[in-house]
Ligand binder design. Structure first.
Ligand code: HEC
Length: 391
């Protein structure tokens, strides 16, 4: 195996690609056991847990891998950002497609949460039109449209056909076509990265085994707040709703939508702003953008280490440290706002022993006249984080 071919500065990108393959495989298995009908979805997921232990493990793998794919993609992004990849003229499309890939990723997360159609899925489904509904002018139209078109079947088709196709096309432009041209092609690339991804795979496989996150299981009724602190893929989506815990009206929309959306647009178009200035893309940057990216504060702070570990290792350490620091700056707030999300607690009240109305998402879902709580974002978000208080 040609170890030299490793591109360490794309390490997390490779891991993300590999984990996406894991998602493709485990997802394919799950489609064989899942039934996308309102009356059968939840039962089909329950059946997996009650009767098909191996499939349940596959499902938990799919769930945990969703968390790690997202983490890997974010790390890959931070790394590329700090290395100033956006300054490389030839890779404008690379940058743009990379940032755009965040969209199908979010789409996967949201539709994925909805599919089991327990109370969490129901909650997520209702929050998507609410979120879109807050957008200036277009909001009411978007919200009505999303409510009208939603069926579980369609969410399923989006999750297993439309989003995978979009992702594949973007990924192809982003990286696959380049990898395929390399010696050894995609197969060699995946084989090499499978080695690098082994630690992640082990962690995921173990977590899926030791810490399953079953959809509500009526046999074991949890406490309302059970499952706090367990990091889940939901966190990445919940973060957009958290402002409703602390703010009302425009402030919440500003923090939950306009600012993230603005940041997203700026990031996507970054190379286009900077490229316009011209002249910034020197040949040096082209050849070694990763070195150009590290001549910063950290290098100066760590300078005393130069004598001990040498220049090369110093630059590498400073690079790794800056990635680590930026990643922490992203994850610590995410953790602080989301850790209180009770991953297992909904079943405490929403279970069939409490009656059909509390046990299953009502047939009147979407109906904001019958269920006025649904359109109250503050109630919905507080109910998610602190169900016992709101009720
Ligand atoms: C302490 C008990 C309790 C827990 C725990 C709980 N809920 Fe609820 N939930 C209720 C009650 C009671 C209502 C009905 C409130 C009302 O109609 O005023 C409700 C209503 C809802 C609604 C509003 C729509 C409807 O059909 O009434 C959604 C959505 C919901 N819960 C989702 C969740 C989710 C997701 C969780 C877990 C994060 C959760 N609930 C945890 C008791 C609970």
């Amino acid at each position: 195996m040609k170890i030299k071919q490793y591109h360490w500065h794309h390490f997390f990108g490779g891991v993300a690609l590999f984990l996406l393959m894991v998602q493709l495989l485990s997802g394919t298995v799950l489609t064989l056991f899942y039934s996308p009908h309102l009356n059968e979805a939840y039962a089909s997921v329950q059946k997996i847990y009650n009767e098909l232990a191996a499939v349940a493990w596959v499902r938990d793998t799919h769930r945990w891998a969703a968390l790690f794919v997202t983490l890997a993609v974010i790390m890959h992004f931070v790394r590329s950002f700090l290395r100033k990849d956006y300054l490389v003229r030839e890779s404008k499309t690379l940058w743009l497609t990379g940032v755009l890939l965040f969209l199908p990723l979010l789409g996967f997360l949201v539709t994925g949460f909805i599919l089991p159609w327990e109370w969490r899925g129901y909650w997520f489904m209702e929050m998507v039109p609410n979120y879109a509904g807050e957008i200036f002018l277009a909001g009411p139209f978007l919200s009505d449209f999303l409510l009208d078109v939603f069926t579980l079947n369609r969410a399923f088709v989006v999750h297993v056909v439309i989003l995978p196709v979009i992702t594949l096309v973007l990924l192809d432009i982003h990286t696959l076509s380049k990898i395929k041209r390399r010696a050894g092609g995609l197969f060699l690339y995946l084989r090499e990265h499978s080695l690098l991804a082994v630690p992640f795979l082990l962690v995921i496989a173990l977590l899926a085994y030791a810490l399953p996150m079953p959809s509500q299981d009526p046999a074991i009724i949890p406490m309302p707040l059970e499952g706090e602190y367990i990091p889940t893929a939901e966190w990445f989506v919940l973060a957009f709703y958290v402002p409703y815990l602390y703010f009302k009206g425009f402030m919440a929309v500003l923090l939950g939508f306009y600012i993230p959306f603005g940041i997203f647009l700026v990031l996507a178009l970054f190379p286009y702003f900077l490229g316009a200035k011209g002249g910034m893309v020197g040949d040096k940057t082209r050849r070694e953008p990763h070195v150009a990216g590290k001549r910063g504060v950290l290098l100066r702070i760590l300078a005393p280490l130069r004598k001990i570990i040498g220049e090369r290792a110093l630059v590498k350490t400073a690079g790794a440290a800056s990635v680590f620091l930026v990643a922490m700056a992203l994850f610590v707030p995410l953790y602080t706002v989301s850790y209180a999300s009770p991953t297992m607690g909904c079943n405490s009240c929403h279970n069939l022993t409490a009656g059909i109305r509390m046990g299953l998402p009502p047939p009147t879902f979407k109906d904001r006249v019958m269920n006025p709580n649904l359109k109250d974002n503050t109630f919905m978000v507080e109910h998610w984080f602190y169900p016992q208080v709101v009720w």
